[in-house]
Design a protein around this ligand. Structure first.
Ligand code: PHE
Length: 351
């Protein structure tokens, strides 16, 4: 019996030496440790042994089983390590595999157009100024000459922030970048209250309106406000600035137009349009009638100048508020404003 066990052990260990792959390893396990292996058969035949034989044979049989199991474990770990090493070596050596593309982020088209606008306005002498997105009713409306209850407030359907006990001065998400005009003027005027220095800023940022969404309207969009206040500033300066902007963006032959309009904080007021390149001026879902409305503009209203700390008897100024997405739409031929914030990579990857 003991000799038989020795042989089982030797045969098993020898056979394991020859094992080279996973399948052979599994076959070995079945043959040498499986239910019908010689070793297991021997365990089953225990009953036939004499009382004296049993302890010795039993002890030795368990020993052989442990030895074979340990050898199996060691061999399978060895093979696993070898496979790992092979795969690492292969990876190191196979220079013919195509490289993996690193996905590169890129600037959002709106960021791109804003940066271009900062550059152009920078060349014209405007500085970038930023102000808050969450405003008080006072700054968003009242100081801009929209008194409480003024019907012109309906032009800008407003998101109110829950804020109790503020009466006629609730907190709102700014509906336009124009409240920044007051912040900027007050900040600059404070430098020298009796003789306030001139202001020449552009003021970019998100604005929010509770609006019907369509191809050219979103509830959230970027505006870029412009403000120039100083001595002797005229409507011609405003027209020249915006016409020049359009030429710098779209070339010498671009057509622009100003339409008379109304805003409480400018007088006179106008709407600034650029011809629609998407349809070649024929009229499409984006522009409607061949011209795309880019924004509002006008001469700063005397009440607003005064609220900003500038004496309207001495100072004049112009202001404009442009939709930067509208400009990007013309620039990049985007025919629906809703694409901007959908975060669809198929759109974003085109820029
Ligand atoms: N704030 C106005 C709007 O959002 C645009 C505007 C800005 C008009 C500055 C005139 C002067 O509709």
């Amino acid at each position: 019996m003991l000799e038989k066990l020795n042989e089982i052990e030797r045969l098993g260990l020898d056979a394991l030496e020859a094992v080279r792959d996973e399948a052979a390893l599994e076959a070995w396990r079945v043959a040498h440790l499986g239910r019908s292996s010689a070793l297991m058969q021997l365990f089953n035949g225990f009953g036939q042994l004499t009382k004296e034989e049993r302890p010795m044979v039993g002890q030795r049989a368990n020993e052989v089983k442990k030895v074979l199991e340990a050898a199996f474990g060691a061999r399978s770990e060895e093979m696993r390590q070898a496979a790992l090493k092979r795969s690492i070596e292969q990876e190191r050596l196979d220079v013919t595999l195509p490289g993996r593309r690193v996905p590169l982020g890129r600037l959002h088209p709106d960021t791109q157009i804003l940066r271009e606008l900062y550059r152009i306005f920078g060349e014209m002498g405007f500085q970038v100024y930023r102000s808050r997105e969450v405003e008080s009713d006072e700054y968003n409306f009242q100081l801009l000459n929209f008194p409480v209850g003024h019907p012109a407030r309906d032009m800008q359907d407003t998101y109110f922030v829950e804020s109790e006990g503020r009466g006629d001065n609730p907190i709102v998400l700014r509906t336009h970048t124009s409240p920044g005009q007051i912040h900027a003027m007050r900040e600059v005027a404070a430098l020298n209250p009796h003789n306030p220095p001139p202001v020449r800023i552009v003021l970019p940022g998100m604005v929010y309106r509770y609006e019907q969404v369509d191809a050219r309207h979103e509830t959230q969009f970027d505006q870029i406000e412009g403000l120039a206040v100083g001595l002797g500033i005229t409507f011609s300066n405003l027209k020249g600035t915006l016409a020049d902007l359009a030429r710098r963006l779209f070339g010498q032959n671009v057509r622009t137009r100003f339409r008379a309009s109304f805003f409480p904080f400018t007088e006179p007021s106008a709407e600034f349009d650029i011809e629609c390149f998407l349809c070649g001026g024929k009229g499409c879902t984006v522009c409607g009638g061949g011209w795309l409305e880019i924004g509002g503009c006008g001469m700063v209203h005397p009440v607003v100048l005064r609220n900003g700390g500038y004496d309207p008897e001495r100072y004049t100024g112009f202001a404009f508020g442009l939709g930067s997405q509208r400009i990007a739409m013309l620039r990049y031929r985007i025919n629906d404003i809703r694409y901007f914030w959908e975060n669809d990579l198929r759109f974003l990857e085109q820029f």
